[in-house]
Every structure is written in C-alpha cells, then in structure tokens.
Design a protein around this ligand. Structure first.
Ligand code: HPA
Length: 255
C-alpha cells in the first residue's frame, strides 16, 4: 500500500504519540525484516499527512540495541514516506548542549556493535556502498531549523552525534574519548536508523533533545566531579524538550 505521506516521524524516549492528529489510521505492517516496534499511526496535521512510529514501542518496551531499525525504516518507506525526522533523546557533551537544548546534528559517529545496519546483508540483495559523507539530508535539516525558528523555538544548528550501544549510560572515560573524537551529543538510537534511511533514498534529519549532561560533562560540583545522572531529572528535561516537538513538526508541515 503506498499513499502520499508528507513526513514520517520516529518518536524516541518521551515521544510515544503525536497529539492532535485527525483522520487517524493504524497500520500493522509486516516487513521482510520482522515487525516494526509498534503499529504505525497515520493521520493529518492540518491538511498534511504524517506517519508516526514509536521507536521503542508505545509502552517503551524495546531497548535501543533491540530495536529493529530495518523493519521500522522499511515499514515507513512502504507506507509512502520519503522524508523522515527521527526524534532522539541524547546526553550533551559540548558546553552549549545542556539539558533541554534541542539540536539538529549534521554528523554522526557510530560506536554501536552487533546491530543489523544494512539492507544489503540479505541473501541476493544488491550491495550498495552509499555515500555517507553527509549523513543527514541538507534540505530537510534546513527546513527543520527554519520550522523551529518560525515557531519561535531555539534549536542548535549542527553538531556531531555519537551513537553508543546502550542501554547503559557511558563512563566518564568513554565520554572523554568521544569528546576527543569530536562528538557533541551522545545517544543510543541515531544509528543505524539514518544509514538505513539513506539506503532507501529517504531524506532524513534528526531532532536531538538533550535530557542530561553526558557522564563527566556540565557544571562540576564542589568536589570537581560532575554529579551522577539522575533518572527523574532526565525524564523531567525530556518532557520539557519534547513538549514543543509537535509545534516544530506542524511548522515544518505548514509550508
Ligand atoms: N548517553 C546516551 N544516551 C542518552 C543519554 C546519555 O547520557 N541521555 C539520553 N540518551
């Protein structure tokens, strides 16, 4: 079934539904790679049609390393999506990437392992070496940034997303290494989603929501050591950053 969709949205931690959709339909899509994380909801934002999928499932039961990224991206493409925004909770490494900051990264480094990262590793599939020098789509990044600006919401333009395996958070040494590598943000779900989108020739941009300072980052306590990362704090920050996502998406769709 392919029908025109203006956008696909993959919601991360804290974003399990897209509020205010009209003409809602649910699709249980089967794929050659398995089942997506949940059924996919299509619906209208004004006159535009979007598809929404909760990356971890609507009850958040799938950890980052168990997400079937191939099934998710394939299913959204199958429903007719050609542009995709991935919303990802992240930790902030760079000084201007503190809790509640929103960012649209322009680079990514993959530290994950053991994930199924390509549609090529199926018997008989054509082997494609996609160009990935610029992992995110320049056009969709620009449109997303402009949409946030029109909505009056601050979003940092650019940054390098370091994708870690999870589900545990990182050690201070791991984050120090990632900082030396040039990472500005750290999250567990940025890869292989964006690479799979490129393999299917989808436009893809990431809207990263900073939930916490990454390990050892941020303002230090009197002891000189950054405080431990507290889960309630993460969720409060995420809730605040996520609350504005529908406004940014509505603004993106309004042009
Ligand atoms: N590290 C990795 N992923 C995350 C973090 C973090 O500190 N915060 C939210 N997602």
């Amino acid at each position: 079934m392919t029908r025109h969709l203006d956008l696909a949205l993959i919601g991360g931690t804290g974003l399990y539904k897209f509020p205010g959709l009209t003409h809602v339909e649910r699709h249980a899509v089967d794929t050659p790679y398995g089942a997506p994380s949940d059924s996919i909801v299509t619906g209208n934002v004004g006159s535009r049609r979007i598809a929404f999928l909760a990356r971890h499932g609507e009850s958040h039961t799938i950890p980052p390393h168990r997400v079937d990224y191939r099934a998710n991206v394939w299913a959204l493409h199958h429903l007719g999506a050609r542009r995709m925004v991935g919303v990802n909770a992240v930790g902030g490494i760079r000084a201007d990437m503190g809790p509640r900051v929103r960012a649209v990264p322009d680079q990514i480094i993959d530290y994950t392992h053991g994930r199924l990262t390509s549609y090529c590793d199926v018997a008989g599939a054509e082997v494609r070496h996609i160009d990935f020098s610029e992992p995110y789509s320049a056009g969709l990044r620009k449109d997303l940034l402009a949409a946030a600006q029109r909505a009056g919401l601050a979003v940092v333009d650019g940054g390098c997303y370091g994708a870690t395996q999870g589900p545990r958070l990182e050690t201070r040494a791991e984050i120090a290494r990632m900082r030396r590598d040039g990472c500005d943000l750290v999250g567990m779900t940025g890869m292989p989603e964006v690479a799979l989108a490129r393999e299917l020739d989808l436009e893809y941009a990431c809207l990263a929501l900073v939930a916490n300072w990454a390990a050892g980052c941020g303002p230090s306590t009197g002891s000189g050591q950054a405080p431990e990362i507290s889960l309630p704090e993460i969720f409060a920050n995420l809730e605040a950053a996520t609350a504005e996502v529908p406004r940014i998406i509505a603004s993106l769709l309004a042009v």
